[in-house]
Design a protein around this ligand. Structure first.
Ligand code: ATP
Ligand code: MG
Length: 385
């Protein structure tokens, strides 16, 4: 069992906010951080000790990356699989491994994996590149009901690359406009709630799980998370069983998150697996003894994992850009509030729907935290100057 002691350099593939918060957890633990990202002034690059500015497909940069770190992880799952394999070939452990990333990078492979280990998902079909329904024997045999959601099989995030579909003709149109792209068509699930669970598996196989989050999305983008979720103990245990099964079957090392739909009949279906820390786990920075980011450092470096220990009910609210300006006004109101914690990611261009930051409110109950978050949000406004 290989472990990496303080003083070692953790390489992070990706330079976004998840990498930034990972670096912010790693540094007080005595680790150095290297990041690789295509943009100059990435959120993680701003706080990392070292950065390489290059495309994820740049194999020379991947080699340089492996020479400058002792162990590696990802904060963005769509890094080039070839680059990850090359890093592994250079003798650097990537946690989670390229094998896991190969499955999770593609929505079809992911859903086939889940079905293969007996975990329920929305009914789905592969839509071949030519626009016809594929005969893939792995895809579910059940006829799909409309409305459905068409998603690109790879490279989607924050609801990008998704279309709500009313009938088969609409599918054809979109596929014809996007020649050469592989799609998945999923039945639209009539869910009661969306929940997610973050967990980590260490090199010794020990798994720790975070309390289940209850998530509200707007326009396919996470808006708020409350913890603990308003679900029964039975459903919580079921969610824990699901994440543990996935982690074991993958022989996973690192942090992962499983997004789920809670159906009207109380059943859980998995929406997707994120092979990394997750936006719905950001609450753990301020509401848990061990955040998802510290847990990632522990798992990746081979240190014993620690129970998260939720300290308070809470609500995490995302701060998105709206395209009206790059200066965020009103933060002083939040900074004065007790039990409110602001996190901005250092992004300069507040494009519409871009995740710019978040804040977490701790309160007696999730409902009180949610209500306070809604009130505080009104103070935040984007402006030109
Ligand atoms: P992210 O990276 O932010 O998790 P994503 O682009 O990977 O998003 P999904 O998680 O697949 O996208 O979808 C985003 C949201 O759209 C879901 O959280 C859910 O609210 C809704 N959604 C996606 N698929 C379905 C479905 N089959 N039925 C009902 N709602 C869905
Ligand atoms: Mg999702």
């Amino acid at each position: 069992m290989k472990s990496f002691l303080p003083g070692s350099t953790i390489g992070i593939l990706g330079g976004g906010q998840l990498g930034r918060m990972l670096a912010q957890a790693a540094k007080p633990m005595g680790y150095k951080v290297l990041t690789l990202d295509p943009s100059e002034n990435s959120p993680c690059g701003q706080v990392a000790d070292l950065q390489i500015v290059a495309k994820f497909s740049d194999l020379i940069a991947a080699k340089e990356f492996s020479q400058k770190c002792e162990v590696a992880t990802i904060e963005f799952e769509n890094v080039d699989a070839k680059a990850v394999e090359l890093i592994e070939k250079q003798g650097i452990l990537v946690r989670p491994s390229s094998k896991v990333l190969h499955v999770t990078q593609n929505r079809l492979r992911q859903k086939e994996f889940l079905r293969g280990i007996g975990i329920g998902t929305a009914n789905f079909r592969k839509i071949g590149k030519e626009g016809r329904r594929s005969n893939s024997k792995d895809a579910t045999k059940i006829e799909l009901q409309f409305p459905a959601i068409l998603k690109t099989a790879s490279l989607g995030y924050d609801g990008k690359g998704q279309w709500i579909i009313a009938n088969g003709k609409e599918v054809q149109k979109i596929v014809l406009k996007n020649q050469g792209v592989e799609f998945i068509l999923e039945e639209k699930v009539d869910f009661q709630k969306e929940i997610s669970i973050v967990g980590a598996r260490g090199v010794d196989g020990k798994i720790v799980v975070y309390p289940v989050s209850e998530n509200v999305h707007k326009n396919g983008i996470l808006d708020t998370t409350i913890v603990p979720a308003g679900i029964s103990r039975k459903i919580e245990i079921e969610a824990q069983k699901i994440i543990k099964k996935i982690a074991v079957k993958f022989d996973y090392v690192g942090v992962l998150c499983v997004e789920m739909f809670l159906l009207q009949n109380g059943k859980l279906l998995v929406n997707e697996i994120a092979p990394r820390t997750h936006n719905s786990g950001h609450y753990s920075i301020d509401a848990c003894k061990v955040s998802q980011f510290e847990q990632q450092v522990r798992a990746v470096c081979g240190i014993k994992l620690e129970k998260p220990q939720l300290q308070s009910a809470c609500c995490m609210a995302n701060i998105l850009g709206d395209g009206s300006g790059n200066v965020l006004k009103g933060t002083e109101k939040l900074l004065l509030e007790k039990n409110v914690y602001l996190h901005l990611y250092g992004k300069t261009d507040a494009k519409k729907n871009r995740k710019m930051g978040h804040f977490t409110v701790l309160a007696k109950t999730p409902k009180l935290a949610f209500e306070k978050a809604q009130k505080l949000r009104k103070y935040l406004k984007w402006a030109k100057k």
